[in-house]
Design a protein around this ligand. Structure first.
Ligand SMILES: N#[N+]C[C@@H]1[C@@H](O)[C@H](O)[C@@H](O)[C@@H]2O[C@H]12
Length: 450
């Protein structure tokens, strides 16, 4: 492959989320979130870890911005904690919470780092969960009002807005499988939650347009392309249904204004209809300015009768390289999903809002972390992104997950995804990994070694 040189204005970034890095879980007037409640519930999180302190970013954000400058990232994607700003989810504003994000944004701008704010990265105010959470249609309305507050407060300071991060995970890990907060286990509830999440996205887009704000608004979806294990009709069918379950179930409403027909029918036949109202799909499919794509791996799927609504199972790719999460390393999947989204759903700009990997990182006595595997993982995925760019995909930027090691949800602190190593046991000291130094060169040169 010829030299891989990205456009000069390509947005190289890194990403985090509030609950995973901030800590200060009950400080300065912050309200409880469903993840505070979930992580404080025995048995939910590996090693009994919580986000009470996390990376202590709430107090160490200035140091973290200095590290961002050292790496040279051009943009920083982070989420704001809804309950830190609106402790009850609506009504009373916690000014100290809002002021934290004002300081963060001001310091990012001074460092010439462009903020990308994700309004919802899973930490719902517990007060709203007590009223049904995302199963309650009113939560969509409260989300839109929270968005309005943020748009107005950061008007002219922030010009990249993401409404939701990975609504599939919120709906299914949080409400069908119970692995995430709030921990319910009902598939039909997950479908109702998915609908209200999408509705709230559209409502927030309406407000963004109504306020006539500078900047762009989009949504971030976790997209995991499914490939049939064999070329039999049944394997192809099984892969297609699982692909719809994870990808099209969100892509299609946002860009086509309807749920995937066949899967919608399967759900209705087996589970009954979830509740919608006339006009919902029009709201959900409001025109957006970009799509954020989180890519980590693919699924290889084979037919398995009676196993689930899809008659499908995901094949464990034992003989393939994988990350500490057990996810197959499959860079080609990034190219495939970028091209497919551009071809089948939208010609809007795309951002890779998350891509990265957990590996067994070790801090040496010299304060080094030789994470060669992460360098190789990122380099191989950058090459696939470049290939998609050269093939005409309007890819605008790439946010590595993650800026720093952090609270990896049900895995607690056992998985390290960061470019920056966090020494949790020793005052949350930060160390740039070799991958951070490598990334700095990629950003400086705009080039990846072929
Ligand atoms: N697991 N994993 C890593 C990463 C997670 O830490 C992020 O919060 C999510 O947006 C997405 O799932 C990806």
């Amino acid at each position: 492959m010829a030299k891989i040189i990205f456009p000069e204005d390509f947005i190289w970034g890194a990403a985090t989320s509030s609950y995973q890095i901030e800590g200060a879980f009950n400080e300065d007037g912050k309200g409880e979130s469903i993840w505070d409640r979930f992580s404080h519930t025995p048995g939910k999180i590996e090693n009994g870890d919580t986000g009470d302190i996390a990376c202590d970013h709430y107090h160490l954000y200035r140091e973290d911005i200095e590290l961002m400058k050292e790496i040279g990232i051009r943009s920083y994607r982070f989420s704001t904690s809804w309950p830190r700003i609106l402790p009850e989810g609506k009504g009373r504003v916690n000014q100290k919470g809002l002021d934290f994000y004002k300081r963060l944004v001001d310091n990012l701008l001074k460092a010439n780092i462009r903020p990308m704010i994700t309004l919802y990265h899973w930490d719902l105010p517990q007060a709203l969960q007590d009223k049904g959470g995302w199963t309650n249609r009113d939560t969509a309305k409260y989300f839109a009002e929270y968005a309005r507050l943020m748009f107005e407060e950061f008007n002219g300071l922030v010009d990249l807005w993401v409404t939701h991060n990975e609504p599939w995970v919120v709906a299914f890990e949080g409400h069908a499988f119970g692995n995430h907060a709030p921990g319910t286990k009902d598939f039909k509830t997950a479908l109702q939650v998915a609908h209200h999440l999408l509705l709230s996205h559209g409502m927030a887009v309406d407000i963004f347009r109504e306020e006539d704000l500078p900047g762009e608004i989009g949504i971030t979806l976790n997209l995991t392309p499914a490939y049939p294990a064999g070329d039999s009709e049944k394997d192809v069918k099984a892969a297609s249904l699982l692909d719809d379950y994870i990808n099209a179930w969100f892509l299609s409403p946002v860009f086509k204004g309807s749920y995937p027909e066949e899967l919608h029918h399967i759900y209705e036949q087996n589970l009954g209809a979830f509740t919608t109202q006339p006009g919902d799909m029009d709201i959900i499919s409001r025109d957006i300015d970009f799509l954020g794509i989180n890519y980590y791996s693919r699924m290889v799927v084979r037919h398995k009768p009676g196993d689930n609504l899809f008659n499908a199972e995901v094949v464990k790719m034992e003989d393939r390289p994988s990350t500490e999460m057990g996810w197959e390393i499959y860079p080609q999947g990034l190219y495939d999903i970028l091209v497919r989204v551009n071809k089948e759903y939208t010609d809007k700009p795309l951002y890779i809002t998350e891509n990265g990997a957990a590996f067994d990182d070790k801090l040496t006595e010299e304060g080094k972390i030789h994470d060669e595997k992460r360098i190789n993982y990122l380099g191989d995925h950058f090459k696939q992104a470049y290939k998609a760019l050269k093939d005409g995909v309007p890819l605008r930027g790439y946010y590595v997950w993650s800026l720093m090691d952090n609270f990896e949800w049900a895995y607690g602190y056992s998985k390290r995804f960061g470019l920056i190593y966090v020494d949790y046991e020793n005052g949350n000291r930060r160390f740039l990994k070799d991958s951070a130094l490598w990334y700095r060169e990629v950003i400086e040169k705009g080039q990846v070694e072929a």
